[in-house]
Design a protein around this ligand. Structure first.
Ligand code: ADP
Ligand code: ADP
Ligand code: ZN
Length: 221
C-alpha cells in the first residue's frame, strides 16, 4: 500500500509515519527530512534551501520531486510507501502521479490528519527529537520515560535537537503556506475518492488506531 499523510505542520505526520514503519515495515519518505539532511551535508541543494526552510516557505516543486524520484529508484516494489510532507502543492501532486507511474505504483489512500490550528503552535514549539536516532518527543505530550537526565527511550542517547524552523514566526508562515497551497490539493484526491479523514486532535495512540482502521479497510483492495 502507498499512502500520503496530509496535514499542516505539527499535525502528527512524522509521529504516525514512524509507527507505521515499525509495525508494517513500510518506508517513510519525508521531504522535510531529506531537505534537512541536504542542509546538514551542505550539498548544493542544501545551500539553496536553508534560508527558505528557516523562513517557513516552500522549497521549489522541482527540488522536492527530484528528491522523491531519486529515492524511489532503489526501493523494491513490495515495500509500501508513506509520503510525509509531500506532495504540498498541486504541481507536486501531479509530479507524484508521474513518478509513481514510472515505478508501476499508485496512491492507495490519502489520510488527512485534521487538527485545530490553535493546537499546532504549541505542538511545534514543544517538539524535539533524539540527536542520535531521530525519535520524536514533545515537552508536554511525549517526554521520554527517563527525564533526569533526559534519555531517549529508543537508543539511550542524552542528546536532543530542536529544529531551526520550529519557532512561532516560521510556524505561522508554514500554516499560511499549508492553507494557501497544500489544503487545495485535497479536492484533487477527493475527486478520486482516495481521502480518509482522521481526527488528529485525539491522543497519539488513538490516531494510530484510526489510521490502522483505514489501512485494514482499504489495504486488501
Ligand atoms: P513539518 O513537519 O513541520 O510539516 P517538514 O519537515 O515537512 O515540516 O518541512 C520543513 C520545511 O521543508 C518546510 O517548511 C519547507 O520549507 C520544506 N519542505 C518540506 N517538504 C516540502 C515540499 N514537499 N515542498 C516544498 N517544501 C517542502
Ligand atoms: P508533523 O510531522 O506533522 O509536523 P509531528 O509528528 O512532528 O508533526 O508532531 C509534532 C509534535 O506534536 C511532536 O512533538 C509530537 O510529539 C507531538 N504530537 C504528535 N501527535 C500528537 C497528538 N496526537 N497529540 C499530542 N501531541 C502530538
Ligand atoms: Zn534515540
Amino acid at each position: 500500500m502507498n499512502i500520503i499523510l496530509l496535514g499542516p505542520p505539527g499535525a502528527g505526520k512524522g509521529t504516525q509515519a514512524a509507527r507505521l514503519v515499525e509495525r508494517h515495515g513500510m518506508r517513510q519518505l519525508s521531504t522535510g527530512d531529506m531537505l534537512r539532511a541536504a542542509v546538514k551535508a551542505e550539498t548544493p541543494t542544501g545551500l539553496k534551501v536553508k534560508a527558505i526552510m528557516d523562513a517557513g516557505e516552500l522549497v521549489s516543486d522541482e527540488i522536492v520531486s527530484a528528491l522523491i524520484s531519486d529515492e524511489l529508484v532503489a526501493l523494491p516494489q513490495t515495500v509500501g510507501l508513506i509520503f510525509d510532507g509531500y506532495p504540498r502543492t498541486q504541481a507536486q501532486a501531479q509530479q507524484l502521479d508521474q513518478i509513481l507511474a514510472q515505478h508501476r505504483r499508485k496512491i492507495d489512500r490519502v489520510i488527512e490528519l485534521a487538527v485545530d490550528e490553535d493546537a499546532l503552535v504549541e505542538r511545534i514549539t514543544g517538539r524535539f527529537t533524539c540527536a542520535h536516532c531521530g525519535a520524536g518527543y514533545h515537552e508536554k505530550f511525549k517526554l521520554p520515560r527517563n527525564t533526569d537526565p533526559m534519555k531517549c527511550d529508543h537508543c539511550g542517547s542524552l542528546d536532543f535537537n530542536r529544529r531551526d524552523d520550529d519557532n512561532e514566526e516560521s510556524v505561522r508562515t508554514r500554516m499560511a503556506e499549508y492553507r494557501a497551497k497544500t489544503a487545495p490539493i485535497l479536492p484533487f484526491y477527493e475527486a478520486r475518492e482516495l481521502v480518509s479523514r482522521v481526527d488528529g486532535m485525539a491522543d497519539m495512540d488513538e490516531v494510530t488506531e484510526e489510521i490502522e482502521q483505514v489501512l485494514r479497510q482499504y489495504g486488501a483492495e
